[in-house]
Design a protein around this ligand. Structure first.
Ligand code: UDP
Ligand code: MG
Length: 148
């Protein structure tokens, strides 16, 4: 089954949105396979955002991610990468529809609350970076009520 890496950014943690965000993925029917709170340094944040290292906003983005603790998670389910991005909304909260996390809770791109992997390849890399010791292998007893 597909897995994605989801991170509640420092603003999401500070604003008390951890429970709200977890609830949205949980109620959808996705399965939480790993979760930890962490404070990361510049070098680790740079690794996570390696693909964006040439972008003009890269340094600002790294400073944002290291500004406080984050909550890192692995969620599993059918199409969880693409669906997770839909639950999150667009990169710019101004373009995010109400009902999405960024549409409901954020205003600016540099304070957009949450990260989600954008492809199978980035999910694989991000899960390996954040959870080098692996995740928890379990299946919800509701599985048969969520999948036909
Ligand atoms: N970002 C920014 N300015 C931009 C584009 C992106 O500050 O012009 C930040 C924003 O917080 C975004 C993160 O950089 O979430 C990573 O950018 P990406 O294009 O991967 O967006 P995402 O996948 O998070 O929607
Ligand atoms: Mg991205």
């Amino acid at each position: 089954m597909e897995q994605t890496f989801i991170m509640i950014k420092p603003d999401g943690v500070q604003r008390g949105l951890v429970g709200e965000i977890i609830a949205r993925f949980e109620k959808k029917g996705f399965c939480l396979r790993g979760m930890k709170m962490a404070s990361v340094d510049k070098s680790f944040a740079g690794k996570h955002y390696q693909d964006l290292s040439t972008k003009p906003f890269f340094n600002k983005l790294v400073d944002y991610i290291i500004s406080g603790p984050v909550v890192a998670m692995v969620w599993e389910g059918k199409n969880v990468i693409a669906t997770g991005r839909k639950i999150i909304g667009m990169t710019n909260p101004s373009d995010s529809a109400p009902g999405t996390i960024r549409g409901d809770f954020a205003i600016e791109m540099g304070r957009n609350i949450i990260h989600g992997s954008d492809s199978v390849e980035s999910a694989r890399k991000e899960i390996a970076l954040w959870f080098p010791d692996g995740t928890v292998n379990w299946q919800s007893s509701l599985h048969g009520w969520i999948y036909e």
